[in-house]
Design a protein around this ligand. Structure first.
Ligand code: NAD
Ligand code: MG
Length: 392
C-alpha cells in the first residue's frame, strides 16, 4: 500500500470535525500517498483555512455562506480556491477524486454525499444520517452510478471486514455491538436529570457532540441498525444489537455453519478510517496493539429498551419503512440540539422523536428532493413537539 507512483486524491467533507481530524492525522503521516483536493467545514473558517494551507488543498468550502467572507480573508494571498453555501458543497463533492470522506454530521451531509455518488465515486461514509434519511434512494443511486460505499462507522466497517469473501446469503446473523454509552448503568431517575456534559462524556470514544448524545440515548445504535440494514441487506430479522461495554469487538457476522467472525481493535476511529483509506489493502496506524490480557474481560448484555427506548423506536421506524427513518432522523437532530442547548431534559429526546413519528407521516421518498422535503417538514413538526411539552 502506498507504493504507487501516483498520489491518490482525496476530499474530506467535514474536515474540521472529529472524523475529519482523525482522517487528516492519517494523511499527515502519509504525505507521499495522498494529495488533498478539497476540505470543507460548516463555518469554522479560520480552522479550515489553516488545514487547507497545511495540506496544500486545491479548494476550501464552507457550507454556511455567511462564513465565506472570513474564509476568503483567512486564505488571502494563497492560490486555494474558496467557495461557500449548500450548492458549493455539492459542487465540491462532485469534483473527481480517488476518495471522498463523508464526515459531515447530520442530514446536512446528504446532498454532498449524493453528489459524490452521482459521479460514481469511492466514498468512505461516516455520515450515517445520510444513509438513514435517504435509505433506498441513496443505495439505488449507488447501484445506478456504480459508486462504492466504504463503511467507516466502526461497527459497519467491522461487518464489512467480517463479510470479506462471503456471500450475504450465507449469513445467518449480524450482531452490532454497542458500548451502552456513558449513562449505561444510570437509573431512570438519574437519566431524567442527565446534563449535556454528562451525556457527552463517553468512556471509550472521543467524538463530536451530536453522536456523543446519540450514544448516550442509544439512538446512535438505532441509527446504526438502519444503516446496517441498507449496507448489508440480510433482512431485519437477522440484525441484532448486543451491549458490550469494553468496545473491543466492533461487530460480528455469524454464518449458517454457526461460525461467527468478529473484528477487534482499539476504540479509535483511525482504525476503521485506515481500513477505508487503504482498501482493499492495509496501512499502518500509530495505535498500540490490542493487549487482551490487560483488557482481561469482554462482557455482553442485552440492551435495556425501557431505560433506552431509542433502539426500539428506530427498529419500528425501519420496519414501517417509507418516510419513517427520515422523520426519525430529523426529529432526533432537532431534539439533540434542544438538549445540548439546555431546552429539554435527556429523556425528552427520544420522547420528541416518538411523538414526531406518531404525528407526521409522509409517502415514501422517491428521490433526493423528496427526502429533503420530508426532512424539512419533520424538523418543523419536531419543533412543535418540543414546544408542546413542558421543559423537563
Ligand atoms: P463533528 O461535529 O465533530 O464534525 C462535523 C463536521 O461537519 C465539521 O467539519 C462541521 O464543520 C461539519 N458540519 C456540521 N454541520 C454542517 C452543515 N450544516 N453543513 C456543512 N458542514 C457541516 O462530527 P463527527 O463526530 O466528526 O461526526 C461526523 C459524522 O461521522 C457523523 O455523521 C457521525 O455520526 C459519524 N461518526 C462519527 C464517529 C466519531 O467517532 N466521531 C464515529 C462513527 C460515525
Ligand atoms: Mg458506530
Amino acid at each position: 500500500w502506498g507504493s504507487d507512483a501516483l498520489k491518490r486524491s482525496i476530499t474530506i467533507l467535514g474536515a474540521t470535525g472529529s472524523i475529519g481530524a482523525s482522517t487528516l492525522d492519517l494523511i499527515r503521516r502519509n504525505p507521499d500517498v495522498w494529495e488533498v483536493d478539497t476540505l470543507t467545514a460548516n463555518c469554522s473558517a479560520e480552522e479550515l483555512a489553516k488545514l487547507a494551507r497545511e495540506f496544500g488543498a486545491k479548494s476550501a468550502v464552507v457550507g454556511d455562506e455567511n462564513c465565506l467572507g472570513n474564509l476568503k480573508a483567512a486564505l488571502s494571498g494563497s492560490d486555494i480556491e474558496v467557495a461557500g453555501g449548500a450548492q458549493a458543497l455539492c459542487e465540491a463533492a462532485a469534483r473527481p477524486v480517488d476518495m471522498s470522506v463523508a464526515a459531515i454530521v447530520g442530514c446536512a451531509g446528504l446532498a454532498p454525499v449524493m453528489a459524490a455518488v452521482e459521479r460514481g465515486g469511492t466514498i468512505a461514509l461516516a455520515n450515517k444520517e445520510a444513509l438513514v434519511s435517504a435509505g433506498e434512494v441513496l443505495t439505488a443511486a449507488v447501484a445506478k452510478h456504480s459508486a462504492t460505499l466504504l463503511p467507516t462507522d466502526s461497527e459497519h466497517n467491522a461487518i464489512f471486514q467480517c463479510l470479506a469473501g462471503n456471500d450475504l446469503s450465507e449469513v445467518s446473523r449480524i450482531t452490532l455491538t454497542a458500548s451502552g454509552g456513558p449513562l449505561r448503568t444510570w437509573t431512570q431517575e438519574q437519566l431524567e436529570a442527565a446534563t449535556p456534559e454528562q451525556a457527552v462524556a463517553h468512556p471509550n470514544w472521543s467524538m463530536g457532540a451530536k453522536i456523543s448524545v446519540d450514544s448516550a440515548t442509544m439512538m446512535n445504535k438505532g441509527l446504526e441498525f438502519i444503516e446496517a440494514h441498507h449496507l448489508f441487506p440480510v433482512g431485519l430479522d437477522k440484525l441484532r444489537i448486543v451491549v458490550h461495554p469494553q468496545s473491543v469487538i466492533h461487530s460480528m457476522v455469524e454464518y449458517h455453519d454457526r461460525s461467527t467472525l468478529a473484528q477487534l481493535g482499539p476504540s479509535d476511529m483511525r482504525v476503521p478510517i485506515a481500513s477505508c483509506l487503504a482498501w482493499p489493502k492495509r496501512m499502518e496506524t500509530p495505535l498500540e496493539p490490542l493487549d487482551l490480557a490487560a483488557i482481561g474481560e469482554l462482557t455482553f448484555h442485552p440492551a435495556d429498551e425501557s431505560r433506552f427506548p431509542a433502539t426500539r423506536i428506530a427498529r419500528e421506524a425501519i420496519q414501517a419503512g417509507g418516510a419513517a427513518p427520515a422523520i426519525l432522523n430529523a426529529a432526533n437532530e432537532i431534539a439533540v440540539a434542544a438538549f445540548l442547548a439546555g431546552q429539554i431534559g435527556f429523556m425528552r429526546i427520544t420522547a420528541v422523536v416518538e411523538d414526531t413519528l406518531s404525528h407526521y407521516t409522509a409517502t415514501a421518498p422517491a428521490n433526493l428532493e423528496d427526502v429533503l422535503a420530508i426532512d424539512a417538514e419533520a424538523r418543523i413538526r419536531a419543533r412543535q413537539s418540543l414546544e408542546s411539552h413542558a421543559l423537563v
